[in-house]
Design a protein around this ligand. Structure first.
Ligand code: HAM
Length: 431
């Protein structure tokens, strides 16, 4: 039997995991500057946490949930996205109370699960880095979240990004728009795809997001949400746009954008990249919006929220396609070459001592001949080699060689054990 990873999952190996670490470290650093704290919530939740929030006509709930009954007959689901679990935790831990400063700002990173058709940048287990901010209605906070997303992607070296922006308005705006959409779509009912026919009365906005080509032709002439906004919703959107302008962040208003989750209102946005690595046209790397009402939906008080989720796989594919250079922080400082079996114990002690001194070090474990060990040191691009043979062992010394200059010095083992950093600085710079 040959074991293979499940369809739609990936092994992230050294060589690629460095990119992931760089992305995560950059994100943590930036989130700290924006004063978001890290939250870690479970990888699975009660099924209702997702079914109540994502929307019962969404693809996520109807087709993509990894749900199951556990041995105690509880209906659980692996998380398809991060927001619902964070909102559940926000409510359960009463973070809405006066003890926390508002907006209450958190970030998370980790795996999410959706039963989707795998393709480049689309997996069944994928990873998101996301942020959520609770407790303020201010359009400026929507813009802070968008600016943070943009800031993160540009800091990671991505160019050619497009910010698509829309509003879904408040409940009154959406109710009015919903009716207008139904009125527009009903005469086309027979031409719509099966999915869209089901969704027409339950959630007509979903039809705008249909992947079906003929549905897309029909909705091209559909009325625009922007014509149905209440004055308050219009004002919110106007302020979001003005704040983006003030920060010099370019955007395209895309009135047909609806997003795949039902919890949004007011501002929604997607940051897209145009790269052949992710297939034809623009692909969304980072997306989010405002979700006033979601905290209440999960049993909390009325408390607005706004956030985004970024797809790490998509981001990493883009970074690799654009050949974005990473800082090389895992260089090998010292490779220890032991000549003869007798030296093995000493090289083991040396490699440990050098690591304790804060440098990176490695040695041979395959009984290679000295020549092969030097070859390995070269291949690993070691800054120094430290060689010890029978004679050095007897003299309690070792030979330290600077691989770039070829310069060599003999060093007492005692000095190495005492302060290896000093050996290097004194040995090669004092002359
Ligand atoms: P989403 O648009 O469903 O939003 O996902 C956000 C991002 O996750 C997508 O833009 C994409 O980059 C990535 N993504 C989604 N599905 C997959 C997949 N199957 N494979 C690889 N990457 C994927 C959310 O999940 C919301 N929770 C975002 C949010 C946070 N809104 C407010 N706060």
């Amino acid at each position: 039997m040959r074991y293979q990873r499940p369809k739609g999952t990936a092994d992230i190996l050294p060589g690629t995991s460095e990119t992931w670490q760089f992305v995560e470290a950059t994100a943590r650093d930036l989130f700290a500057r924006y004063r978001f704290g890290e939250i870690r919530t479970p990888m699975f939740e009660n099924y209702e946490v997702f079914s109540r929030t994502s929307g019962d006509t969404s693809d996520i709930v109807t087709k993509e949930m990894y749900d199951f009954k556990d041995k105690g007959d509880r209906h659980l689901s692996l998380r398809p996205e991060g927001t619902a679990g964070v909102v559940r935790a926000f409510v359960e831990n009463k973070l809405y109370g006066p003890e926390t400063t508002k907006p209450y700002k958190v970030y998370y990173m980790g795996p999410m699960f959706r039963y989707e058709r795998p393709q480049s940048g689309r997996q069944r287990e994928f990873h998101q880095i996301g942020v959520e901010a609770f407790g303020s209605d201010a359009p400026e906070l929507d813009v802070e979240v968008i600016a943070l997303g943009m800031n993160l992607l540009t800091k990671l070296g991505l160019k050619h990004l497009r910010l698509a922006l829309n509003t879904l308005g408040d409940k009154a705006s959406r109710d009015a728009y919903r009716q207008a959409l139904i009125d527009f779509l009903e005469p086309h009912f027979d031409e719509l795809s099966e999915d869209s026919q089901v969704r027409l009365h339950k959630n007509p906005l979903r039809v705008l997001d249909s992947k079906d080509a003929h549905d897309q032709e029909i909705v091209a002439d559909a009325p625009s949400i922007l014509d149905y906004l209440t004055p308050e919703a219009q004002e919110h959107f106007t302020k979001v746009k003005a704040s983006l302008d003030a920060l010099g962040i370019a955007y395209d208003v895309d009135a047909t954008m609806v997003r795949g989750l039902d919890y949004y209102n007011h501002t929604i946005f997607e940051i897209m990249a145009d790269s052949p690595a992710l297939g034809e046209g623009y692909t969304t790397v980072l997306a989010g919006g405002r979700y006033n009402g979601l905290v209440e939906e999960l049993g909390g008080p009325e408390m607005p929220g706004v956030g985004f989720g970024m797809g790490v796989e998509r981001l990493v594919i883009l970074m690799q396609a654009e050949k974005i250079a990473l800082p090389d922080d895992n260089a090998l400082d010292v490779y220890i070459v032991g000549i003869g079996d007798e030296t093995s114990l000493e090289t083991l002690k040396l490699v440990q001592a050098i690591r304790q001194a804060g440098l990176t070090a490695d040695r041979d474990y395959l009984g290679r001949k000295p020549k092969a060990q030097f070859k390995t040191a070269n291949r690993l691009d070691a800054t120094y080699t430290l060689t010890i043979g029978d004679q050095e062992l007897a003299d309690q010394t070792a030979n330290l060689k600077n691989m770039a200059t070829g310069e060599q010095i003999s060093v007492p083992l005692a000095d190495i054990y005492q302060d290896f950093q000093k050996v290097v600085t004194d040995g090669f710079t004092a002359k």
